[in-house]
Design a protein around this ligand. Structure first.
Ligand code: SF4
Length: 425
């Protein structure tokens, strides 16, 4: 959207008070995200009185999903723009700015849109690290998940399109490429490409100036030896596996409509750790799925304690309209879900702290992100086991380097999520 707007002559501002058009890119994934999106719309609606705002637009997943409801219930909104209409955002803004067109509008189609390498792109934030979406939509039907309802079936971008975009990004100075989609392990199946992710990664590692390639969101199925060997043998692919497991109890996994049971998951984790020595394993779980008994949760706790993942995110189950889980019996109280989340996070905190401390004394390759957000006296960067904006950072308290530079850092201190060290020659 930023790329289209700038190409069409709109000027951007980071200060909402100054903006004549305010676009809120919403998320509709889980209850907390929906609430945050709605609060943001309401908050920015006040700019019509206190600022210069003439148009307030909701875009993104929540807009795609609740289209008319949003327009009806939030009178401050001038337009709702779905996920299939991103490419038209500049035209939509121009249209709405015309005095005689000032009736409130919905621009929502089914979600066929998939950008390609020709889409204009403007990247905010770090210039040496970029996200690239390799596919959109999801063919699975996890019982708790509304994403297929919002994003449709999987549509993968052709390998050539992704490679062309990645080349351009590398020419612009990108060193770290973060590959995202809803179901990255399944990349390419809709295009009939066998082992699509392997084929894609083989092409991407040939781009000279890229240093790290980091795929996100691997479903714990169809993980082939070829893929793991590529991770292990190709230095540009970060030894970082991001694989949401959601639960470990067989009955809960089945009710969630997840493929694979506990035995299969444990075997897969062993295979990954054996084939990719030193791998960082990040996962996510949902607590409070309907029917999650005390025993099922106890099993999850023991599993988390034993599996010793590097990082664990814990989400509370929330009823998402039109998903099968809504109709399941034995919903869990929110207060109990919160208790369960806290228990799981406490277990993980002990593990994460110990793992972090193991790094003290080692020398790691760190991608420098720039001056620290905490203080200009420190630099901030990440080793390959730390994903941008998700995991912790490495604070660098001695030595100089520019954003995007890879340097060797000797680690001298560690907290649960962050490390501290100095640059060594
Ligand atoms: S694989 Fe992920 S995106 Fe697809 S339905 Fe399951 S949770 Fe949702």
């Amino acid at each position: 959207m930023l790329g289209s707007l700038v190409r069409e002559g709109f000027r951007l501002t980071g200060n909402p008070q100054e903006a004549e058009i305010v676009i809120i890119n919403t998320c509709g994934f889980i209850e907390e995200a929906k609430q945050e999106s709605i609060n943001t719309i309401i908050e920015h609606g006040e700019l019509k009185q206190s600022g210069r705002c003439r148009l307030l637009i909701a875009a993104g997943c929540l807009a795609q999903r609740y289209q008319r409801d949003l327009l009806q219930q939030l009178p401050e909104l001038d337009a709702v723009v779905g996920t299939g209409e991103f490419g038209k955002i500049a035209a939509i803004c121009r249209d709405l700015l015309q005095p005689k067109r000032r009736h409130r509008r919905l621009w929502v189609s089914r979600p066929p849109y998939l950008y390609d390498e020709s889409a204009p792109r403007l990247r905010l934030g770090a210039q040496h690290s970029a996200y690239v979406k390799i596919a959109e939509g999801c063919n699975r039907n996890c019982a708790f998940c509304a994403i297929p309802l919002m994003r449709g079936k999987q549509r993968s971008r052709p390998i050539e399109s992704i490679v062309a975009e990645a080349r351009r990004l590398a020419d612009e100075g990108v060193k770290e490429l973060n590959l995202i989609s809803q179901d990255t392990i399944n990349y390419g199946v809709d295009l009939g490409i066998r082992q699509g992710l392997v084929s894609l990664l083989r092409e991407l590692v040939r781009i000279k100036d890229l240093r790290w390639i980091r795929p996100f969101y691997l479903y714990p199925q169809q993980v082939t030896d070829e893929l793991l060997d590529l991770y292990a043998g190709e230095e540009k692919i970060t030894k970082y596996i991001d694989m949401p497991l959601q639960h470990i109890n067989d009955a809960v996994l089945k009710a969630m409509h997840r493929l694979g049971d506990r035995t299969a998951i444990e075997r897969l984790i062993d295979r990954i750790r054996t084939r990719i020595p030193g791998v960082t394993f990040r996962t996510a779980f949902i607590v409070g799925f309907p029917g999650e008994t005390e025993a099922a949760f106890a099993e999850l706790k023991t599993f988390v304690a034993q599996a010793a993942f590097d990082r664990v995110a814990v989400f509370l189950y929330s009823d998402e309209e039109d998903t099968p889980a809504v109709r399941l019996p034995n919903h869990v109280d929110r207060s109990l879900m919160e208790e369960r989340r806290n228990e799981l996070l406490a277990i993980q905190e002990t593990i994460a702290t110990a793992k972090s401390r193991e790094k003290v004394g080692s020398v790691l390759e760190v991608l420098v992100d720039g001056p620290s957000e905490e203080t200009d006296l420190l630099l901030e960067g990440r080793h390959e086991g730390l994903a941008p904006e998700i995991d912790g950072v490495v604070y660098i308290n001695d030595g100089t380097a520019s954003p995007g530079e890879l340097v060797k850092v000797e680690i001298t201190d560690a907290s649960t999520y962050d490390l501290v060290g100095h640059i060594v020659s």
